[in-house]
Design a protein around this ligand. Structure first.
Ligand code: ADP
Ligand code: MG
Length: 619
């Protein structure tokens, strides 16, 4: 066996994805690796394949119980013996697992970091041959990461206790420089092969909506997508409850998840979601890390998250199977206020002194601002995200709302000059609302109190609507002509770019891109997208296979997507395999899955082709 055979025959995949091959190869040669790949890129395979080829046992360290269970179930389905060791096991189960491990029955053992340094586990690893230690979600080792877990630091002690140093493989989706350095340094990776694949997830469609009524917007989306599985993220428990109640009233099969529910309820709801019993999950951000349900077709943010990192991670839970997924953010000004409040309330790390805490707060505010700009940009949304992570996308991706909307260019240079001049002549001391009101010539208390009504530029934009002035203001902020300070009462300041524009010799035009009114209801686009999602050649057959998969899942207590992914079923209902050889050519069908389910699915395909008089390749 080599890695290519394992990929094909056990996992049923025809080829490696970007990054995988080099990581697998290096690990097999005994060189440490660090894999930085976005969610859904296929990190697990990179350590699972070497684990199956190594002589000894491989230890996989993973932070979450649900994640371990899922992966072990998936491996068992492939016919691989694997086990997990964590606090969810009873004493009896634990003993049994350890006994089996000692007998060499598992090639792969998933372990929670807290379990590593226990006496029984140390005694196990001293008596067997350990070929590799793989650290999943490796960013948990860094204090700079989003999910620092002190127990991850024990991994180092654990590795040092081993009789022989195994290959060490670290994987994460978090790629900031400090986190990366921490992983290499703290884990003591030796000259690791580092593979960083792009952050882009081409199959995801991005969109931002600013509806007056979010609930109505949500319901209208669900009506059109009621056969799909998806996650709806809300910023508070209260919102989760509200959205959840509404969906239930409307008859949607929804589950909910937030930190206020009991452990049992959370587990039950999560399982209902994973098993597609309740394919819609309404949750706070407490839900998610380690959920790799592959057929999530949409992730809707009912509220804007606090930064692009969180947003991309959460939205990235859509489309892990590589099939189209939709990521929709429902924005409202209120979301910004709540996030600003949360940032200001953060007590943060008690070890930080006042100055450090201020610095953290300022950075948080800056990240929040970039998130807000995402909601206002009229440029390619994917490009915006990729640039945030330091990558360059094209300016046009063709798969986000902005790329698919027709805009018209409006020259607002004059208006921009008035606004910037107003900011300048009033001493750069006032916030957004005061300046907008003054430009429009409003006579409210604030304007009078700040004496903005005495400013020479007061009311110069009287003829422009408040909405338009606000749009221009946002544009000036997004494009960097003005900026907002990050203190408690943010005020507008000019930038050099802004200064240039009000000079006499200014040549630069400020162009506001606004969606053309007629294009606002993109019925055409919707149709196109639907087409893309239901692109099995025989959609009715696809439905039948899905129903059968669901029944099998119920019988065998395995999540449907672990039996076969949507992508696999879609290929089946396009190529109509009627022999074992053909079936094994389908992505996601390996030998073991074929033995388990192949006949059953071929029977359904045969029935369908006969009923409809469709000729398959062999006839
Ligand atoms: P990550 O841990 O990077 O977020 P996973 O390891 O959970 O991603 O993989 C995501 C999905 O991609 C899984 O359903 C997995 O089976 C699938 N996958 C991984 N590698 C390949 C490949 N080479 N070809 C096809 N599908 C793959
Ligand atoms: Mg993973």
């Amino acid at each position: 066996m080599n890695q290519y055979k394992v990929l094909k025959e056990i996992f049923g995949y025809a080829s490696f994805r970007e990054g995988q091959e080099a990581l697998v190869e290096s690990t097999l040669q005994g060189r440490d690796v660090l894999g930085i790949m976005p969610t859904g890129a296929g990190k697990s395979l990179c350590y699972q394949i070497p684990a199956l080829l190594f002589e000894g046992i491989s230890i996989i360290i993973s932070p979450l119980i649900s994640l371990m269970k899922d992966q072990v179930t998936a491996l068992n389905q492939l016919g691989v013996h694997a086990a997990y060791i964590n606090s969810s096991l009873t004493e009896v189960q634990y003993r049994k697992a350890m006994e089996n491990a000692r007998k060499g029955q598992y090639k792969i053992i998933y372990v929670a970091p807290e379990r590593l340094m226990t006496e029984s586990f140390l005694s196990l690893v001293s008596s067997v041959d350990i070929s590799m230690v793989a650290v999943d979600e490796a960013h948990c080792i860094s204090q700079w990461g989003q999910d620092f877990r002190p127990s991850y630091l024990k991994i180092v002690d654990f590795i040092n206790m081993l009789p022989k140093r195994p290959v060490i493989a670290a994987y994460t989706a978090t790629a900031t420089k400090v986190v990366k350095e921490d992983i290499v340094c703290i884990l003591g990776l030796e000259d690791p092969l580092a593979a960083v694949t792009g952050y882009d997830r081409k199959n995801l469609y991005f969109s931002v909506k600013k509806p007056k009524n979010k609930m109505a917007e949500l319901l209208s989306y669900l009506i059109k997508n009621d056969d799909k599985s998806g996650v709806i993220y809300c910023n508070t428990r209260k919102n989760v409850e509200e959205v959840y109640e509404t969906l239930i009233k409307e008859g949607y099969p929804a589950a909910k998840y937030h930190a206020g529910l009991s452990d049992t309820a959370r587990k039950q709801n999560q399982d209902d979601f994973i098993y597609d019993i309740k394919p819609i999950m309404v949750a706070t951000n407490a839900f998610g890390m380690g959920i790799d349900k592959s057929n999530v077709r949409f992730v809707i943010h009912f509220n804007m998250p606090k930064d692009i990192e969180s947003y991309y991670q959460e939205a990235g839970r859509a489309g892990r199977d590589g099939e189209p997924g939709e990521c929709i953010l429902l924005y409202s000004g209120q979301d910004v206020k709540i996030n600003e409040f949360l940032v200001s309330q953060q007590t943060g790390n008690a070890e930080l002194d006042y100055e450090e805490r201020e610095l953290v707060r300022e950075r948080d505010n800056e990240r929040l601002r970039k998130m807000t700009f995402y909601c206002f940009t009229n440029e390619c949304l994917r490009d915006y995200i990729l640039r945030y992570f330091g990558e360059y996308g094209g300016n046009y991706c063709g798969n986000c709302e902005n790329c698919l909307t027709e805009f018209e260019d409006i020259d607002v240079t004059d208006e921009a000059i008035h606004i910037i001049n107003l900011v300048r002549t009033s001493g750069e001391r006032y916030g957004i609302n005061a300046i907008i009101d003054a430009a429009h010539g409003s006579e409210n208390a604030k304007v009078r109190q700040f004496r903005l009504n005495e400013n020479p530029f007061y009311g110069t934009l009287k003829k422009v609507t408040l909405v338009r002035i606000r749009q221009i203001m946002n544009d000036l902020l997004v494009k960097g002509y003005l900026f907002l300070t990050t203190n408690e009462y943010p005020v507008l300041k000019m930038t050099d770019q802004g200064r240039n524009i009000i000079r006499e010799e200014n040549q630069e035009a400020v162009i506001l891109k606004l969606p053309k009114e007629i294009e606002r209801t993109p019925a055409k686009q919707k149709g196109e997208k639907k087409q893309k999602i239901a692109d099995a050649r025989y959609p009715q057959l696809f439905e039948r296979l899905r129903v059968r998969r669901y029944e099998m899942a119920q019988q065998t207590h395995v999540p449907p997507y672990i039996i076969f992914s949507d992508k696999t079923l879609k290929e089946m209902s396009t190529y109509l395999p009627s022999t074992k050889t053909d079936m094994l050519k389908i992505n996601g069908v390996g030998n073991n899955k074929y033995e388990k389910y192949g006949e059953e699915f071929m029977k359904l395909i045969r029935e369908y082709t006969e009923e409809n008089g469709i000729k398959t390749a062999l006839e």
